[in-house]
Design a protein around this ligand. Structure first.
Ligand code: DP6
Length: 328
């Protein structure tokens, strides 16, 4: 009753921000991401044991906080129900990136947990089922089951049976795509994503307008990915990020994840593109201030150098496109 799995984080280019069903974690719109390489990875071991009185979680070598353990325990309840078991579990999880880097990701965490826990519970789930299970822990985790470029289909059905992730292109298809990450804050986010998107759906008048624009962007990105057309994809990536953060700011109370460095990076990327006379880079930001600058390998050294010279940038990483979940 023991299994270990690894999963990598993913960074969305068409964002998930809003739920059509909170309990089942069904999103208001489909989203698309690239799965990162092993630099942003979580490895998790789950062991069910009838002798345990309660679930336990060790995160990066230390006992987890109560709220973190409770979230994992609620997720394990779903697995136990599916497998018809009652045993509690010991979960040991570690990240390849420092937890304090402000990149701590629920995506790699719940993807690895879904795979390890289901296997340890004796379930043999396919990738589609795994993505549906991971989704219940964290929406974005549904995408980390697959490598390469991944679309999480919102679906329409009330029971969520048509809501799962699918691979659009394998990791090897776009070998020179890069994500240059600029870290400008190591703080944990003050407003969690799930709580934040609930506030946006309820209070932002821009929320519905954003959903109206997303279908067209999805189609553009699907085509750009198929044809490895970075220049077509880049403006859509930036518009998507700007649109999500506009909705956040338009929420009440406003949700502000970006900091001054984030805005400096946005300007830098625009200037860089102007100097090249074409799209060489595209920024995107999740629920935090750290920048993910998608680019092509040949521009990466120039972008790293420019970002490193910017005031407020503490650390730079460069990721390629990586694999989906795997058992260890
Ligand atoms: C802004 O599903 O990761 O990154 O698990 O509560 O953190 P939590 O939510 P999650 O939502 C993340 C939303 C986003 C955009 C995206 O990844 O699509």
């Amino acid at each position: 009753m023991r299994a270990t799995a690894s999963a990598n984080s993913n960074i969305a280019i068409i964002k998930y921000w809003g739920q059509r069903d909170e309990k089942l974690v069904l999103p208001s719109n489909s989203s698309i991401s690239f799965t990162m390489d092993g630099q942003l990875s979580t490895k998790t071991t789950v062991e069910f044991d009838r002798l345990l009185a309660k679930d336990g979680l060790v995160l990066d070598g230390a006992p987890a906080k109560d709220n973190e353990t409770a979230r994992v325990s609620a997720f394990l309840d779903l697995v136990r129900k599916k497998a018809g078991i009652t045993a509690r579990a010991k979960v040991v999880s570690s990240n390849t990136f420092p937890k304090s880097a402000g990149l701590a990701s629920s995506a790699s965490g719940f993807a690895a947990l879904a795979a390890a826990a289901s296997k340890a519970a004796g379930l043999d789930l396919g990738q589609k089922e795994l993505s549906m299970l991971a989704r219940r822990g964290s929406g974005s985790a549904s995408r980390s089951i697959f490598g390469g470029c991944v679309e999480w289909r919102a679906g329409k059905k009330k029971d969520g049976t048509d809501c799962y992730a699918e691979q659009l292109s394998p990791p090897g298809k776009w070998r020179d795509l890069r994500n240059v990450i600029a870290i400008s804050s190591m703080d944990e986010k003050k407003v969690g994503s799930a709580a934040g998107m609930k506030v946006s759906a309820k209070t932002s008048s821009l929320f519905a307008a954003r959903l109206g624009a997303v279908e067209k962007r999805l189609a553009l990105v699907r085509r750009a990915v198929r044809e490895r057309d970075f220049e077509a994809m880049a403006p859509v990536i930036m518009q998507e990020s700007d649109s999500m953060h506009a909705v956040m700011l338009d929420s009440w109370p406003p949700i502000v994840y970006l900091n001054e460095t984030s805005f400096r990076i946005m300007r830098l990327v625009r200037e860089l593109n102007e100097s090249h006379g074409k799209y060489a880079a595209a920024y995107t930001f999740d629920a935090g201030p750290n920048a993910h600058v998608y680019t092509i390998a040949r521009y990466a050294p120039e972008i790293r150098k420019a970002l490193a010279e910017l005031s407020g940038v503490m650390k730079i990483m460069e990721c390629g496109i990586g694999e989906g979940v795997r058992f260890v």
